[in-house]
Design a protein around this ligand. Structure first.
Ligand SMILES: *Cc1c(COP(=O)(O)O)cnc(C)c1O
Length: 364
């Protein structure tokens, strides 16, 4: 072994050394439909105004650590119930990691549980924090297996259950009554984290039910709404619980550029909401167009992406790449996703580019 390998073997945890890094495809030159980004920018006059605001930000100073102004704007514009505050994260990815760090313990293994397939960061963050991860498979029709979830909760008594609502990568909303049953099953010992990353496209939320459940945490992000680049997530929960979680948050985790850009964008949230409405309309058009291809199964979607099952996902994905169209081949993620592809909904023009390439890829 070389000196550096010996160093790594002695200093770095073996389970980390054995892991693969989170792979992000290089998208330059491609029509990028793999990461659920909003294809629209803010309008040019707003971007100019934002430029002036960013130029005025005090880069030499630490951010004001309370983030009161931004948090108040988040609460006021994004439907957080009265009496509830939010905690901000450097993307909701950081909030997932903070939840795991706060619940991982020294005296015994703590458990993170989620349906699977779901957002990959739930299992990854659990592992980073040294927690056990339990995945409960979805049914073949991609709905939640409630009896299996409740049995797993009773067996493992998880500290955290992550529920992506709607679920990534399947796009569907789990039944409201199933989520309520899970929240109630966790009452007294565990947290149900309802991850509403796609709320602008689902227009369904558990935010207004926070006052009913101590176990409920509602997490969101501005990434899918159109601000993926600034990295801002937020979550709300009972104030006493949020105060505990906030101890784990790095004090200046939101940088002043993000803070400035987010405050500005929330002052113009109507523009983002219009873009979301355009994407919801484009989703309906794209789903209708996909449903016309023989041999292609289109799953219901409440998100800004669509899951389809095709005859040969590997071959079609390779052909789409040769047409310079980047989507996500999720067919190897889990048995229930065999031959499935996930396509981000974009502008009418990009959706047409995709549909042309898809038709050619299926025919070939
Ligand atoms: C994209 C996504 C996130 C990550 O959001 P960021 O705020 O960009 O870190 C979280 N949860 C789900 C389900 C997602 O699909």
């Amino acid at each position: 072994m070389s000196a550096i390998d010996t160093l790594i073997a002695l200093a770095i945890r073996p389970d980390i050394v054995a892991m693969h890094g989170y792979h992000v495809a290089d998208a330059s030159g491609y029509t990028k439909l793999d990461a659920m980004e909003n294809p629209y920018q803010l309008p040019a006059p707003l971007l100019q105004e934002l430029g002036a605001r960013l130029a005025a930000a005090t880069l030499n100073r630490y951010p004001v650590a309370s983030y009161d102004t931004l948090k108040q704007k988040v609460c006021a514009t994004l439907g957080v119930p009265a009496g509830y505050d939010v905690m901000l994260g450097n993307g909701s990815d950081e909030l997932i990691s903070i939840l795991c760090m706060a619940c991982a313990r020294q005296d015994r293994r703590a458990v993170v549980l989620s349906p699977t397939p779901s957002f990959v960061m739930y299992a990854r963050s659990a592992q980073y924090a040294g927690m056990d991860y339990v995945g409960v498979p979805l049914k073949a029709d991609l709905t939640l297996d409630l009896p299996a979830m409740l049995a797993a909760i009773a067996e493992h008594r998880p500290a955290l259950v992550f529920l992506s609502y709607p679920n990534n990568p399947t796009g569907n909303l789990f039944a409201d009554s199933d989520i309520v049953a899970i929240i109630e099953a966790l009452d007294g010992f565990g947290l149900a984290v309802v991850d509403e990353a796609y709320e602008p496209f689902a227009q369904q939320t558990f935010m207004d039910r926070l006052p009913q459940y101590d176990s409920l945490v509602v997490m969101r992000t501005v990434s899918k709404l159109g601000l993926a680049g600034i990295r801002l997530g937020y979550m709300s929960a009972a104030p006493a619980l949020l105060a505990q979680l906030d101890k784990v948050r790095p004090p200046y985790n939101i940088n002043v550029l993000t803070q400035t850009a987010a405050e500005f964008a929330l002052d113009h949230v109507g523009v983002l909401n219009q873009q979301a409405a355009a994407l919801r309309a484009a989703r309906a058009d794209l789903m209708a167009a996909l449903a016309k291809f023989p041999g292609v199964q289109v799953f219901p979607s409440a998100a800004n992406f669509i899951l389809v099952r095709v005859p040969d996902a590997e071959a079609i994905n390779a052909k789409l790449l040769s047409h310079k169209v980047l989507i996500k081949n999720v067919s190897k993620m889990h048995a229930v996703l065999t031959n499935c592809l996930r396509i981000t909904v974009s502008t009418p023009a990009e959706n047409a580019t995709f549909l042309d390439a898809f038709a050619a890829s299926l025919a070939a």
